[in-house]
Ligand binder design. Structure first.
Ligand SMILES: [Zn+2]
Length: 502
């Protein structure tokens, strides 16, 4: 039954990305120039490192955070129940190291999140989500289905077959996936790995495969390695063509340089953070190409749904009829996801995303008792699952359709972002909130997808770039000090230098 098309096998470690991050850390350490009183911004551009100490929350921030406590349904504790349901065990403190003793993953550094009430510096909704993401260890999802959570930013799902285990998404680094599988073996007994499945082409879902199987076992066919069609192209090209810029932007997106704490890095939305370990890739030896395709591996029946072009260029969901379980990969996580991730990517199709969720409801909604995803926690109960998936579907459809409506009324991306609000029926659900994507940048992504970069204003058609070579970007602006008590004038240096456009 299995597609026997065999590709050649390889395993490659990709330390270049880690090295690139290290180089970036050094490169961007000099603090952002800040103009002192009486100093021009140009003069302040001298790259001297000025450590900026974290600050207390301003009165405005405190009030805004307090207002959320009455606006959002904090009494609803269902997510905390679901995130802890089926907990079996974990490793104390959960610090994972590599073979040289270097720290790859450290949950101990988030101990400050044991505090239930959000501190004034953190949005209480984000604080709640960050606390939920602290649940870690091995969890029983349903009979024969387990998940390792909190060992990496993503989850590793473990299906018990007749003679061994099937692993779905072996985390992002070899060290974290090995630690997760060790925990499973400790609690459930050691069994051979029969198959590995990648739900999609993002690195946090395949980078740890070298920690749980060998390239030789995949090459010999001893271990089946399944992936959606286009996986390898997408996995490599998405992180290579614009890889240098993406790596740099990733550091900013996830706050990699910030110390953890209530005035620093708290969470990354989908999980606690990204591990610093060995990234590996083993080429699939079986490809899923069309919705409805099936496999039976080690006595476990599976049906696949292709959802490529939604959250990732190559992605599939997996339905397990024997267990009435649907693994929705990363298209139905309990948050608002990115239509365009800030690290940089090709813009995703929110309309297709909504249609794929609708298709999953039609195909599996009446025969699914548990919905699991490859980040965060599962949902249980057939009616509850259909309502959850329908709201997720409506979330992406609403953002797509309403952004288009406003585009056609003449709004620009930033203008749409200012006026777009969710209807109350969606806004009152925790799982529609912007812990990863936001209404603001998702609506701008819709604008980009359908209209492109030009906002229709002739003044912006050939605008001056932020950085005019060879000068530093700070040279674009000049501070003109007034002779009296008049306000400080900040003028585009272009008007002084004559960089005018016609
Ligand atoms: Zn992911």
């Amino acid at each position: 039954m299995a597609n026997s098309r065999r590709l050649h096998f390889m395993i490659f470690v990709a330390p270049t990305m880690l090295l690139a991050i290290g180089a970036l850390l050094l490169a961007i350490m000099p603090a952002t120039p800040v103009a002192a009183a009486g100093q021009t911004l140009a003069a302040a551009a001298t790259p001297t490192a000025v450590p900026i100490a974290p600050k207390e929350a301003t009165t405005i921030t405190v009030k805004a955070n307090e207002a959320l406590l009455t606006e959002l349904p904090f009494d609803d504790q269902q997510d905390f129940e679901d995130a802890q349901r089926g907990f079996i065990a974990t490793f104390p403190d959960l610090i994972i190291t590599d073979t040289h003793g270097a720290t790859v993953w450290n949950l101990k550094q988030y101990d400050f999140l044991t505090q239930e009430v959000a501190p004034p510096t953190v949005n209480p909704s984000l604080w709640r989500n960050a606390r939920l993401n602290m649940n870690n260890g091995l969890f029983e999802v349903t009979d024969r289905i387990y998940q390792v959570r909190g060992f990496d930013v993503a989850n590793m799902t473990i299906i018990e077959g007749d003679t061994g285990v099937i692993l779905i998404d072996p985390l992002g680094t070899a060290e974290t996936s090995k630690a997760g599988l060790d925990l499973y073996f400790q609690e459930r007994g050691e069994k051979p790995v029969i198959a590995v499945m990648y739900t999609h082409s993002h690195i946090d879902h395949y980078g740890g495969v070298g920690g749980v199987i060998t390239a030789e076992d995949a090459a010999s066919g001893k271990v089946a390695v399944l992936a959606p069609e286009g996986f390898l192209d997408a996995a490599i090209s998405e992180n290579v063509f614009a890889g240098t810029a993406m790596t740099r932007r990733t550091v900013y997106q996830y706050g990699t340089l910030l110390p953890t704490g209530e005035k620093g890095e708290v969470d990354v939305g989908l999980g606690k953070g990204y591990p610093l370990g060995e990234i590996t890739l083993i080429v699939p030896n079986d490809t899923i190409s069309v919705t409805g395709e099936t496999r039976t591996i080690d006595g476990v029946d599976m049906e696949f749904q292709m959802v490529s072009g939604t959250e990732a260029p190559s992605e599939m969901t997996i339905y397990f009829p024997q267990f009435k379980a649907l693994d929705a990969a990363e298209i139905a996580c309990p948050l608002l996801h990115n239509v365009l991730t800030l690290r940089g990517a090709q813009v995703r199709d929110a309309k297709l995303w909504a249609e794929s969720l609708d298709e999953a409801i039609v195909k599996y909604g009446d025969k699914t008792d548990v919905l699991l995803v490859q980040h965060m926690w599962p949902h249980w109960g057939q009616e509850n699952i259909v309502e959850y998936m329908a709201n997720q579907r409506d979330l992406y459809a609403y953002i797509n359709d309403q952004s288009l409506r406003l585009i056609n009324e003449g709004y620009t991306g930033p203008e749409i972002a200012e006026v777009l609000r969710l209807p109350e029926s969606l806004d009152q659900e925790w799982y529609t909130h912007g812990y990863y994507g936001t209404l603001s940048h998702d609506s701008k992504a819709i604008y980009q997808r359908y209209i492109g970069w030009y906002d229709g204003n002739p003044a912006n058609l050939n605008a001056l770039p932020r950085k005019m070579p060879p000068q530093n970007s700070s040279n674009i602006w000049a501070v003109q000090m007034p002779s009296s008590n008049a306000p400080v004038m900040i003028l585009p240096r272009a008007t002084i230098a004559g960089w005018l456009r016609s």
